[in-house]
Design a protein around this ligand. Sequence first.
Ligand code: 26W
Length: 815
Amino acid sequence: RTAAVHFEPDDQVDRLKSEILRKLTYSLGKAPAAAQAHDWLTAGILATRDHAIDVWQASTKESYATGRKRVYYLSLEFLIGRSLADTLNNLGLTEPMTRAMRELGVDLPEIETIEPDAALGNGGLGRLAACYMEAMASTGVPALGYGIRYDHGLFKQGIENGRQIERPEDWLSFRNPWEFERREASYRIGFGGSVAASGPDQVVWTPEETVFAVAYDTPVVGWRGRDSTTLRLWRARAMHPLSLDAFNKGDLVGAVAERNRAEAISKVLYPNDSTPAGQELRLRQEFFFTSASLQDLVHRHHRQFGSLDNLAEKAAIQLNDTHPSLAVAELMRLLLDEHKFNWEKAWEITNATISYTNHTLLPEALETWPVALVERLLPRHMQIIFGINARFLDAVRRRSPDADLASLSLIDEHHGRRVRMANLAFVGSHTVNGVSALHSNLMKETVFAQLHRAFPERITNVTNGITPRRWLLNANPGLTRLLQEVCGEAVADDIGLVRQFGAHADDRAVQERLAAIRRDNKLRLAKVIQQDCGVVVDPEVLFDVQIKRVHEYKRQLLNILETIALYNAIRSEPYRDWAPRVKVFAGKAASNYTTAKSIINLINDVAAVVNNDITTRDRLKVVFLPNYNVSLAELIIPAADLSEQISTAGMEASGTGNMKFALNGAITIGTLDGANIEIGERVGADNIVIFGLTADEVEIAKRNPRPSAEVIRATPHLEGVLDAVAGGAYSPGERDRYAQLVEGLRLNDWFLVLRDFESYHQAQRRVDALWADRARWWQMSVANTAHCAWFSADRAIGEYAERIWHVPAGQAARA
Ligand code: 26W
């Protein structure tokens, strides 16, 4: 499908120029002479959006006309980042738009950097959803992504005196030129109230409170503008924005109380990554967007096909983790109460339509809600959940009398009766998937062991993927040019072609080109490091990078403790030929996660000491870049030599940053965890640096913990490092600042920081040796890029489409 008429290059530039000027004049009401950078950006986005709309309407029209099956991707998070550069690239308009802007006196790359970074997500799960929306558009899978249009995305992180401070994020303050408000697509979302039986399986629910969900649509254009998907985000509005009663009595606060309560639902993203907030407002968010999305898709299906009997043939609903688990109960409610299906038929349709992706096995991350809360907020849904549970447990009991019903139940009876959202999602889905081979296997053995016995066919694996358009073509144009020269222009269309790059691993000319590209990328990053951290770093040194949410299981603490050991070693033998390094950290900590915040503080305190020590001056630097987000990742990843993927084995479900680094040619130092294992299998054991306990060994180590004191005694240098940290060597103004952090390790090394220390330290010395042999290093780098095409999101989406959704892709995913 061709999106728009193709023009000769010059015509195209002229056309874009006049489109931009029209937007500036008639949509923004600005004369070119008065336009500020931000006005040019908005005009550029609006002009680009017109081109996206051409694609979008063609896609939508086609999928309606042919009655094709559609995917509905329900996610409480979409971590989008900036959109202009990627949209232009996918539309093939980067060149002409750059020229058009230049002829209007505007530097496009410069104004692109003032586009706000849409951070409607916390980390991996949210970014995955964004990559998948783009990959579905690129591979021709008709799809709608459903989520919440938060007024405020993930908080902005500042570092003050070495400590994280949170500032509110405000991405909508200049409006969002990409979106379309759809007042006509709005639904009533009920809360509370009472229920009364009205038929054998039917109930009338009379909510006590009702809020409106209003749709905001954004087109997501795929590669070469062949196709597009839609991101539909819901905003909460009050039914009655002003209570006239209260207003007339002079109660001005009371007059807007309903409005405030309703609009609170889409006010702000919860900044928790992996621990449930447990607040009522969060449950309201979950139901709000789940109900709006299901009402919308059921309504549209009914309008298109006149019946819901064939819903499962035309709709695949994917639950991105348990946050939208209420979809199971809400779809049942719509089928039973509104469309008068009987229970059996409604259940059959629900189960055939829904599937669920699990993203974490950390026990503290598994969502549960008190039965009493669900009952009060969603009385009908609680009834339905009990109904599902009774039938499910009955069926299991009949089939296998010795089954462990207490652990299968949708209700946890041990902690004051709570609804287990993972069990609800699991039972309600036809397929449940993990996000890496190891993770999917561990699901079967641990958290979902009993459910897996009850449904041995249900769990499958789809290893995560990343979009190569954003993370290679756009983030790393230098490497992309080289790959196109070596593997052909078509690598952009078929990332699988990077495999040919592998044949050039020993080619000196290729190695030199790679070194020059990396150096340029490092220079770009060095400028930002100087601006944001006030530290001058030399682009010739090894850039050793760990960027991700800060969490104990990700073990930034292991990295910084080993950095201290290295610092001590350099100081005691300053004349040895140390591989000069800069340790780059970035990442946010949940605002209430004290230990993670203390780790950030320690990294910054260590940086202050190390960076001011003249003995280690040209050997070691430590920097913590504030406010990690998608845009910063796009800058950092192409500049990385070494990628730190050092989670405690068994704890990182997959990781996706690991894939981005490897595709860009960084060498991974990592544990055998998540997708690291699959990266290792593809790039080969010689081209990755693996250390530490395996997931099986971690299991054993946890059952039989070795006392920390013993581990410390057996590990050279560790005692000194811990004593220094605990004794205030890095916090001279507050000597016991890290006493608790270190005491925690000594008491219970739950994440095996101490246990894996020596192995990690040795692995870093192997890195030193590899770096010293630069030809070897570039060989490894080539192998990483050449063998990581499989981690393309197009491949992952192809697997979902074929094995879970049963939708034909428009274009076969080639990876
Ligand atoms: C309810 C609290 C909560 C919030 C977020 C629980 C769990 C989460 C997410 C599941 C955390 C998350 O982002 N998980 C990450 O998902 C990525 C995409 O699959 C994986 O690559 C990461 O390994 C996993 O940590």
